[in-house]
Design a protein around this ligand. Sequence first.
Ligand code: ATP
Ligand code: SF4
Ligand code: MG
Length: 340
Amino acid sequence: SQPVLELKGLCVDYGLGEQAVHAVRDVDLVLHRGEVLGLAGESGSGKSTLAYGLTRLLPPPGVISGGKVLYHPREGGPAVDVLRMTDEQLRRFRWAEASIVFQGAMNSLNPVHRVSTQLTDVIAAHDPASSPSSRLARAKELLALVGIAADRLDAYPHQLSGGMRQRVMIAMALALEPQVVIMDEPTTALDVVMQRQILRKLVELRERLGFSVVFITHDLSLLVEFSDRIAIMYGGRIVEEAPAAELYRDPLHPYSDGLLHAFPPLRGPRRELAGIPGSPPDLRAMPTGCAFHPRCPKAFAPCAEREPQLLAPGPAPRTVACWLHTEAPPESGVAEEAVT
Ligand code: ATP
Ligand code: SF4
Ligand code: MG
């Protein structure tokens, strides 16, 4: 199918020069028309940074230090690099083409305004010529779309449950019929039930309205259930990407395998990633070679020496960055010497 967004070698840093933290490193990723792409990885792996970067909403000191984000307009024509858009193009792109619902966004609804006002404001901002009554009708329609009864239109945010507020945010994100909806879910483990509801709703809407979804979560099982394809991030890089069913059936990267088998402890507060020992890499002092090697149960000779590239291990439409699935690195004199 057709691509909507193509990330090519995207790099995002926080800070400049020596002090820079490389939070997203050389990411290649394609989002196809109408698909649900899941993005998973532990806290700090760079998921939000990737989402902020591709929409150019990075908070300082975030800077895009390389790459391209090609956007394919729905009306056809050549792809446009989001990173080179003018402010005016960017404003349009952000709401009307790709909308993003950030981590914790449901708390960003204005507490002193009714839901109806917040929705009609979004519509008015982009279609100033619309009449108040048509805006209200559209607001009702949008709420119905996300499964909220019209009688909640007059509610204030605090009168709604967390799940409903989240759905109001989705309604706002859909207000201008974007091609791409990006949802960045918080990593707190308790709201997995809510994440499931939201994702189910998005998938259903995607089928009716035909947009593409990027869903960001730490919960891989959720993605296996609802997404078409999954990309796994570790230390700012994508380490595996595959159709959801294949990733579930046969995860190739030991980190993906660990994430799939990470499960909450039976007792006590649910902690993230009970299944993978060790902790995520320090971006200021990345391990040499494969960033996962200090934690990898399958690490072998080349792993600490050289960083594996994201490559297709076979004819199937999937990629992985792991020496277990790539031809052994060519022996170089330098590496030989280092070993002896
Ligand atoms: P989570 O699952 O917790 O939301 P994430 O995968 O979204 O994590 P990011 O928030 O993208 O991760 O962070 C990636 C890395 O960038 C982390 O190591 C983080 O410490 C670093 N980082 C994020 N924001 C900043 C900032 N403003 N300044 C410096 N470093 C930052
Ligand atoms: Fe493990 Fe080596 Fe593969 Fe990295 S490259 S995931 S250390 S086996
Ligand atoms: Mg995040």
